[in-house]
Design a protein. Sequence first.
Length: 703
Amino acid sequence: MHESLSTNPFFGKYTTEHQTIPFDKIRDEHYLPAFDEGFRLLREDIDRIAGDTRTPTFENTILELERSGEFLKSVSDAFFGIFSAVSDEKKIEIAQTVSPKISESSHYIFLNKPLFKRVKEVYENKASLNLSTEDLRLLENTYDHFIDSGADLNEADRESYKRLSTELTLLAIDFDKNVIKDENSFELLITDRKDLNGLPSGICRAAEAAAGEKGQQGWLFTLSEPSYVPFMRYSGCRELRKKMYMAKSTVGSRGNESDNREIVKKTVNNRLETAHLLGYDNYASYVLKDKMAKDAANVYKLFRRLLKSYKPLAENEYKTLNRFASETEDDRDFILMPWDWDYYAERLKKRLFHVNDEITRPYFELKSVTKGVFGLAGELYGLTFRENAGIPVYHKDVTAYEVLDSDDSLLGILYADFFSRETKQPGAWMSSLKGQFIDGENNDRRPHILISMNFMRPTNEQPSLLSYGEVKTLLHEFGHALHGLMSKCRYGSMSGTNVKHDFVELPSQIMENWLDETGFLDRIGVHYRTGRKIPRQLTKNIINSANFNAGYACCRQVGFGLLDMAWHTLTVPFDGNIARFEKKAWKKTLVLPGINRAIMSCRFGHIFSGGYAAGYYGYKWAEVLDADAFSAFKEKGVFDRETAQSFRQNILSKGDSEDPNVLYASFRGRKPSIDALLRRNGILPATVKRGAISPAAGVRPAK
């Protein structure tokens, strides 16, 4: 070992309550020695399993593999679980040092000929092993992972696979580093009060505080979500909106040292070469074969059906908004541009529904909303969330909770990291700091889960107040957290959110539905100053406005999905113009005029660093599932405990222990129907029922 047990918290059993990660004792210099020890111990495990002279069995090969590298996994989860939330220069350096070694360790396992020989022998005899459903799935997943990782390749191709996968790991880290650096490099400092026209007082106070923290006079706006989104929504200065929009849309493509264009090209070409090595025409075919979608054809069929239903609506929304903007500006030649959409949409929404974020924001105080979200989990699943200040956290912004089940047993630990900061990556996410599994002594090791947001932090004048969209984001990530917390699987590799990407968004997206229900809005909506509950009429207005610009929102998501698929259905290497490629890829979805300099790919972290390559369609795929699943709640009452328990038993607790098509059918009693989504968005009348969708419409039946 590089360090003694007394100086490195990773060496030895954690003495913290619930054996939580001792973040208060872990320093940056502890990670690399712990990783190195983890790599050493993993190799010992693999050598032992591969060198076993006994006849290969499920127990001495597959199960031993599942349990190998436990120390390395604990260190890796502790580091990478918080990496996106604290991506300072030192941690980026650690990630760049460690990531090639992680790739090497993966190669040591999956390109290990004696080990693969043992795995293959067990797999080929699976029919005679009398395995449980979960054991059989572990065996099949293990074998497939070896095949997908090049185990059947010849020696020369194995070396190519090693090189490509290592490069892809480092490219992803560099991509994220460039996005963070480029976003942080832009600041808009307003010094003339008249340029604040339209911006709410709370947003201005936060901008003034941000300027003060940097020793500047005025109002500071950045590209972080809590700053950028309200600026684009409320600023009455069109030129400044354009400036902010162009800064955001050119992140990673400005021709500076943070430019990601070459990284994008190298990434898609390396992925394509990897797919070719493994016998696939393109990367999407390689990725999709074991997803719910199965192949690119079914993804495109879903997109075509969505565009057929939503594109006419989106085009009408654009015409309506452009006419409204023209009338507002008294300019018959006014052309609505991308930097205008949020601004005029917010004003039209207020005129039509008497609601906007600044009207609702005072009722969505973070603490009140969090209490309401926890309360929803209590009503549906019997859970209790108890803050525990004694649990060490990695940043002062983080709050830790013990999560208790209905019988008061510990279900898991939840860490909540809500506020934006410079070292935090944009967006919102859930991470697993410790996964759930049953250990060798039959103990149920409960999960430790992190949800991270980028909300505006409180100021001296007011607490953190959320927009309607931010409340929805919190519910979304909380849904992922519930998926992790309520896992009840034997094997960690299949527990919690370790499921297919086109299934993983179902537990998260279904939670968003409650925000459009009067019963839930009444609970979370409390004015932060007066303590009065949200007015019933305002609640009705919020619900009535739920489908405002739904066509545009759908087309935008489908556009991102088409861009993802375009990159990953390439069959020859790419060395062209990225902006032109994008324009062609999502041309059918565009409603607003295109901007030549704007490039999405160079900041599209989901597909270039976030694991959603050839998988971004999963958000729309899962939206079909979540609308259909929530209709089961609507049928019996949205707070129905029996329906919730069925969802928990058949979906949330199961992880990847069974085929997701089977799990969904077990919950719903049938295949999913796209009609529920179309009805929810007002495309179909509420009374229309057309039955289950076919595989061509987006969801394949179980085989």
